[in-house]
Design a binder for this molecule. Sequence first.
Ligand SMILES: [Zn+2]
Ligand SMILES: [Zn+2]
Length: 422
Amino acid sequence: MKRIPIVALLAAAAAHAQDAGTLINGMYPQLEAIYKDLHAHPEIAFQEERTAARLAAEMRKIGFEVTEKVGKTGVVAIYKNGAGPMVLVRTELDGLPMDEKSGLPYASKNGAAHSCGHDVHMTAWLGAARALVALKSQWKGTLMFIGQPAEETVSGAKAMLDDGLFQRFGGKPDYAFALHSWPLAYGTIGYNSGAVSSNSDAIEITFKGRGGHGSAPDKALDPITIAARFVVDVQTVISREKDPKEFGVVTIGAINGGTVGNIIPDTVRVRGTIRSYSPAVREKLLAGVRRVANASAAMADAPAPDVQLIPGGLAIDNNDALVTRTEGVLKQAFGDANVSRMPAMTASEDFSQYVNQGVPGMFFFTGVYAPQDVAAADKGGKPVAFNHSPYYAPVPEPSIKTAAQAMTLAVLNVMSAAAAKP
Ligand SMILES: [Zn+2]
Ligand SMILES: [Zn+2]
């Protein structure tokens, strides 16, 4: 293989950045129309039929081979351009079941909302697909663009994989990319090497007692006090057992038991969530929660509780080599000051499902708000709306342009070497 001088690679990257920027600026009016349409018509997990049909139609126009209804409502769009790597680019199709309160002229009115910015991601995904096809003389390989359903319920990636995503469409990709809008200043990009999102496990525990009269606790077995003890004591798993330098959270979000003040109920149900980044911390927290639940019941001489710890999404582990390689082109295109490493988010994301199949992946964040608004919020001024807020309202043009250009460049960067081979 011929070695390509580093100067030539840098010059090529600069030319790519310029080309991608020009292409995306040119197509922006069409992208904005699509964005506003998607924003006004959100659909929740596994019901994204209109959304999927829209993306499928747009991708066919660009020349992709499109398969619909993969993993229920998912879309797979393939574009082959000679021998080279296969690169997966994921967007999510779903909105959230909530009323939008942004007051925007194109706000949704159907009881669902794109308050996580998946409409920004879909529009950037279309923009990147178009730009990459327009630049096809500069790269070789296969694009696997996927529109994934049900990200918000952390179940759509699994549905697509279970439906044969890596068997039916030409194999396991060589690289995978996804981006997420975040309440950063628009024009800025953040990412991390290693964990970028958390492991998430749900807690469902039923404490069992024996119901009775509130005036005669000795004739009953009170599950309320057992649950109360558990809720307090379980926090020592975090404060006394976990390495304080490692991230970990246990939150109890719901306690249900009893009807009135003078009846001791039979059972109490406790629900919560466990979050962590590292697999070892996750194991420690799961074991600790289970042990404290059993011990709380044992202390009252009650039957063992029914403890269910249900795995949700695993942390996304960004590939270090891919992050380093992509970082260079992003910095060149957007400037050192606008491209930086950031701490992992505590939320969960099922992009990890693809990466955990052994695919080197990178998940990065792109900003959506005016820099002066973000700066004011950082100084204690009016807060900017976070993802999942009914007021979440990205500024479309700079948010979409940055996301589309960043994704185009990230993909080009791993595919252009194949084109440069003699
Ligand atoms: Zn979300
Ligand atoms: Zn999201």
